[in-house]
Design a protein. Structure first.
Length: 254
């Protein structure tokens, strides 16, 4: 089967070929999983209705819950250390992905998923970057769920079922070989639905390539604040026509 890699025109919203809205929203959780101050990270993007379930969350996987909608997201943390003796266990998790050996990290994710299901009565939406992207996709496959993955780690041996799975996996990558943009970690095509995006930072593998601009991202203010710009310093929303004037005011520069 020949796998097509789609470069999406975001003006055309087609399920299964990525959407900018999903890309930006779930990349925030994938990035927040790396952050020490996860609450502060969510506030940065105006995700005020979301909280961290500290009882269930682990160092390698964070459980995010929306009090208003009831949505639950499991955001996995990607690799932070390649030291085989590190307490993170990242080296051995990556080793299992590369070799196909059973992963203790995957077993931990399975256990956490069961705990989430027991507490909230449903499986979460899965998201993650790099190593965690692989884990998120595997969880979605096992539980017929939904996953949003970013530069997901790709093992040399691709499971053919990944190309045919019924569950909804949106895979976002910075690979654009024709333009000389290559992310080796996610180079091997894995998923039926794959969206290539432009890089924003020098590191083609970084999760930062998928994040929205915090100064303009509307977040949960997509209603009354639609079309406005959020001032990073003041943490308030201003009309586009007034924003430049606001930057010169005494209240902003005090």
């Amino acid at each position: 089967m020949k796998l097509k890699v789609y470069t999406v025109n975001y003006s055309k919203k087609k399920r299964g070929r990525g959407s900018k809205k999903n890309q930006e929203k779930y990349s925030i959780f994938a990035a927040a999983a790396y952050a020490k101050d996860k609450r502060g990270y969510l506030d940065k993007y105006n995700m005020k209705s979301w909280k961290v379930d500290k009882d269930l969350s682990k160092s390698w996987g964070t459980v995010f819950v929306n009090d208003k909608t009831g949505e639950v997201v499991l955001g996995g943390r990607g690799t932070t250390s390649w030291n085989p003796f590190s307490k993170t266990g990242d080296f051995w998790a990556n080793f299992s992905i590369a070799t196909g050996f059973p992963s203790s990290r995957m077993k931990k994710y399975d256990k956490l998923n069961n705990q989430i299901n027991k507490k909230y009565g449903k499986n979460p939406v899965y998201t993650g970057h790099s190593q965690a992207g692989f884990m998120a996709a595997r969880l979605a496959k096992k539980n017929n769920g939904t996953a949003y993955v970013y530069n997901s780690a790709s093992p040399p041996k691709t499971d053919p079922l990944d190309l045919l799975m019924k569950n909804h996996i949106e895979s976002y990558t910075t690979n654009k070989i024709s333009k000389g943009k290559v992310d080796v970690v996610s180079l091997i095509p894995k998923y039926k639905d794959r969206t290539s995006v432009d890089t924003k930072v020098k590191d083609t593998h970084s999760i930062a390539n998928f994040l929205p601009d915090a100064s303009t991202y509307v977040g949960e203010g997509r209603g009354k604040n639609k079309g406005k710009i959020r001032c990073k310093k003041c943490k308030k929303w201003y009309a586009k026509s007034y924003y430049q004037t606001h930057l010169k005011t005494k209240s902003h520069n005090k």
